[in-house]
Design a protein around this ligand. Structure first.
Ligand SMILES: [Zn+2]
Length: 379
């Protein structure tokens, strides 16, 4: 019999689903890790995953499998099992037995047991059980505390060719340039603290994914990226074509004098606008980070205007140059009043440059104009 609470938890509603969560996770901020972790603030993240999952699955011939690899209370997997029409089986896994109890209660409450397998293995050990070709997952979510780097190899080996890996990092200070040496040690790439820090961070994650995939002659195709102040997340398709990575790995240079930034396959230290010495970051992924075709399907599948807007912006920036600008920093540097993003977009358009917003920053924009050309518009 279902009730609205069990020994240590409460029934919580999100999307079209009810599931059990620890009572203290609804009362404390940030939510505690014991008895099990659940973050109410991550609703948008779960909404995005479900929409992208459905969009991908709708293009597959059959229903598909999902690995909720570090599932916590299983909010993502329970919602998917209940809300998606494309689930063949969901595999929940967490070493925390309290979390497993919440998952089992929620599965029972929603009558979803036939769609679920639940286990309590260490994540790499769990993923290693699914490396045989016939057992591999269609879609894997990896959302650990801190860095996901230690799980990437196992995840790639447990994923079908052309399957999707959703990878989240919460060690933002490392990836965003506060600790570049730690980033070099962990991710094999130097990070850099700039106004577009989160783009550098996710491009480092994509570099790591591409690099580890290439050990198996596999390539990557980024689908969507999303960040907020607590996490950086990338959705990537793992392909059987190593050529998908060719020409997509490189470096970024940022000029501290004139604010010029760009990417190239090989490191270049000198600024091509003012000849000053630039700061370097990398190796990073310098290819596209959004997949127009899957995002168009995601717009069709979206029932939430916030998600639709994010997908529309991502499509608009999918063919734009890397490394966005922030309007407030431009007005500050030029000592002029701040202006809305729309103003710069229309001015760039009037001056025959291409431009777009970006999902990575609310007042950010992308353009093929360089920093001198942008500044000239305002002087
Ligand atoms: Zn310069």
């Amino acid at each position: 019999m279902s009730t609205d609470s069990n020994t240590s938890g409460k029934l919580f509603s999100e999307g079209k689903t009810q599931f059990y969560v620890p009572t203290n996770s609804l009362e404390q901020s940030p939510p505690p890790r014991t008895p099990a972790f659940f973050n109410t603030m991550a609703k948008l993240k779960r909404d995005l995953l479900i929409t992208i999952f459905d969009s991908y699955a709708s293009q597959c011939d059959d229903k598909i499998t999902f690995s909720d690899t570090l599932s916590g209370v299983g909010a993502t997997g329970i919602r998917l099992a209940n809300e998606s029409n494309y689930i063949k089986k969901i595999y929940f896994n967490d070493t925390n037995v309290n979390a497993i109890n919440y998952i089992n209660d929620s599965l029972k409450h929603n009558n979803l047991n036939s769609l679920a397998e639940v286990s309590t293995n260490e994540a790499n050990k769990f993923l290693s059980n699914f490396t045989d070709r016939e057992n591999r997952f269609d879609f894997i979510d990896l959302d650990p505390f801190g860095s996901p780097i230690q799980y990437i190899d196992s995840a790639i080996r447990a994923l079908k060719i052309n399957g999707i890996l959703s990878l989240t990092a919460t060690d933002g200070a490392v990836l965003c340039g506060v600790y570049p040496k730690v980033c070099l040690r962990k991710y094999g790439s130097l990070s850099l603290n700039t106004e577009y820090f989160n783009e550098t961070a996710l491009r480092i994650m994509l570099f790591s994914l591409a690099s580890i995939s290439s050990h198996y002659e596999l390539g990557i195709k980024p689908i969507f990226c999303h960040t907020d102040k607590h996490y950086i997340q990338v959705y990537v398709q793992i392909t059987d074509s190593i050529s998908d990575t060719e020409g997509k790995l490189g470096f970024l240079r940022h000029c501290p004098e004139c604010n010029h930034r760009d990417v190239s396959e090989f490191p270049i230290l000198s600024c091509n606008l003012c000849s000053s010495n630039c700061k370097l970051a990398g190796p990073i992924w310098i290819g596209n980070i959004f997949d127009k075709s899957l995002l168009n399907i995601s717009i069709d599948n979206s029932t939430d205007s916030n998600l639709t807007k994010l997908f529309e912006i991502a499509i608009s920036e999918s063919s734009m140059p890397p490394l966005y600008y922030v309007t407030d920093n431009i007005s500050q540097n030029l000592k002029i009043s701040s202006f809305p993003v729309e103003t710069i977009l229309s001015k760039l358009n009037e001056n025959n440059f291409i431009s777009s917003r970006t999902v990575l920053h609310s007042t950010g924009f992308r353009t093929n104009a360089n920093v001198n050309e942008i500044n000239k518009i305002f002087i």
